[in-house]
Design a protein around this ligand. Structure first.
Ligand code: ADE
Length: 228
């Protein structure tokens, strides 16, 4: 078995690379991929760069070129559900693309013919995350994640995303990674720790908490790797 662990930003994968110790760096498709063996499990780590296009490229590369057969994403998100505070973990049950819009033709937001509004994450990996949470005595909330190519920092935009997707958190990569993994039949899991609440102060909160929240998410993901 080979596990892909991805983030979007360097800060999201740095704590993972630290745990791996030594790894082999390979350049491919204008990005770097880090291969290692961790407690007997083959792992490939990469950060994609921000957004749906780069994350699609990286997820596809990890599966098609590096032959990964499970994908775990670790990173940060903007919280929408008021129950989510800075540093809290959210596990995606299903993901959508909140900026995919052909409503002009009578379709629902997030839908294009041949696709679906939501893509569901792997239930086995979600169950594993519950086991890990229990062992660590941590609370991990399950919820819907909405993905789009924008950093949301506006109450109205947030409200609109809740209206269409009933989302609990939002970020910029999960929905596209979900489409790749579903299409290629690779079980996937998206974990995020809250860095901001996508309001007018979001950019300041993000700058302050992104690194600490990224570490919270990465540490949890590595505990999961111990058990996959
Ligand atoms: N990732 C973390 N915070 C975010 C936000 N407010 N909007 C989009 N992606 C994010």
């Amino acid at each position: 078995m080979k596990i892909a662990i991805m983030g979007a930003m360097p800060e999201e994968v740095a704590p993972i690379l630290e745990k791996l110790g030594t790894y082999k760096t390979t350049k491919y498709a204008d990005n770097e991929y880090y291969e290692a063996s961790y407690k007997g499990v083959d792992i490939v780590v990469a950060y994609s760069k921000i957004g749906k296009v780069f994350s699609t490229l990286t997820a596809t590369t990890m599966i098609q070129h590096f032959n990964c057969d499970k994908l775990l994403f670790s990173g940060v998100a903007g919280g929408i559900n008021p129950s989510l505070k800075i540093g809290d973990l959210i596990v995606a049950t299903k993901l959508s693309q909140h900026d995919l819009d052909i409503t002009a033709f009578g379709h629902p937001m997030g839908f294009v013919p041949g696709g679906s509004v939501f893509v569901e994450a792997d239930q086995g990996l979600i169950e594993l995350s519950k086991e890990v949470a229990k062992e660590l005595g941590k609370t991990v909330q399950e919820g819907i994640i909405a993905t789009g190519d924008q950093f949301v920092h506006d109450e109205k935009v947030k409200e609109n995303i809740v209206k269409h997707f009933n989302a609990d958190a939002l970020e910029m990569e999960g929905g596209s990674v979900a489409v790749v993994c579903k299409s290629l039949n690779v079980p996937f899991f998206i974990l995020r720790a809250i860095s901001d609440t996508a309001d007018t102060d979001a950019s300041f909160s993000f700058d302050e908490f992104m690194e600490s929240s990224a570490i919270i998410s990465a540490e949890f993901i590595m505990k999961m790797v111990d058990k996959v």
